[in-house]
Design a binder for this molecule. Structure first.
Ligand code: ATP
Length: 237
């Protein structure tokens, strides 16, 4: 039994089936990516895993427990955190206030303070600007804050939706280096990316989602070398 097991997931918005049969595994301690074109169903899949959408059918098991019918706050409580597409920060709140919102389910003030410091250690620029309002930050800094906020629930599984969106190659590299650091510290990461090249480069395992279905899988290196992936997602071939 894998850490996270997704089987035959089907998710619809009314009559529109956005996810038509997605299955994949995430092993503990790994970075696993879902890649695919715009509109393939990646965001819908993540929103379903975190309890924001209910599937029509299919199962999601986390550490052996089926979670696909649980409310979002219970899924968060089990240790599954989600940094959403577009970051969704509170622009008029400071860095520190945004981080504290990520810990809203916790009462242990000492632990919260220690975890805020851990985020500042990971992203020193956030510590330097802790009292500044999030809305004034660059895209890269906002992405750091969105990841930091998700870390404040001390997740066992961290799900990141398009962390490289709108970022320069250098900033993307910095964010992905941090993702590797988190893996080294024992956090399991599920990454959704349109930037297949960057994502596959650091993934232990990856899956292609096309038109709402998982169509290919392999290690990051295997998919990087796969002509079908090169042609469709890497701008080669
Ligand atoms: P992106 O990278 O653009 O987020 P994606 O792979 O994450 O792409 P989804 O956002 O999951 O794809 O969208 C999958 C399909 O569901 C698309 O056809 C999209 O138009 C549709 N869709 C997404 N959200 C809604 C919604 N709220 N109502 C109706 N259809 C939606």
């Amino acid at each position: 039994m894998a850490f996270l097991e997704v089987r035959d997931l089907v998710v619809a918005y009314g009559a529109i089936q956005a996810v038509r049969g997605v299955s994949f595994d995430v092993e503990e301690g790994q970075i696993v990516s879902l890649i695919g074109s715009n509109g393939a169903g990646k965001t819908t899949t993540l929103r379903t895993l975190s309890g924001l959408l209910r599937p029509v059918s299919g199962t999601v098991s986390f550490k052996g427990e089926q979670i696909q019918r649980l409310p979002a706050h219970e899924i968060l409580g089990l240790g599954v955190a989600h940094s959403p597409e577009g970051r969704r920060l509170f622009a008029r709140m400071s860095v520190e206030e945004n981080l504290r919102l990520g810990a809203y389910t916790r009462k242990d003030e000492d632990g919260i303070v220690a975890d805020i410091q851990r985020v500042y250690d990971l992203f020193p620029v956030l510590g330097e600007r802790r009292q500044n309002k999030a809305g004034l930050f660059s895209g890269g800094e906002q992405q750091m804050l969105a990841i930091g906020r998700a870390l404040m629930s001390r997740p066992k599984l961290l799900m990141l939706d398009e962390p490289s969106m709108g970022l320069s190659p250098i900033m993307t590299q910095l964010i992905f280096d941090t993702v590797k650091e988190l893996r080294a510290e024992g956090t399991t990461v599920l990454l959704v990316e349109q930037n297949a090249l960057a994502a596959l480069g650091l993934s232990d395992q990856a899956y292609v989602i096309d038109l709402g279905r998982t169509t290919l899988s392999g290690t990051g290196a295997e998919l990087l070398a796969d002509p079908r992936v090169q042609e469709a997602y890497l701008g080669e071939g």
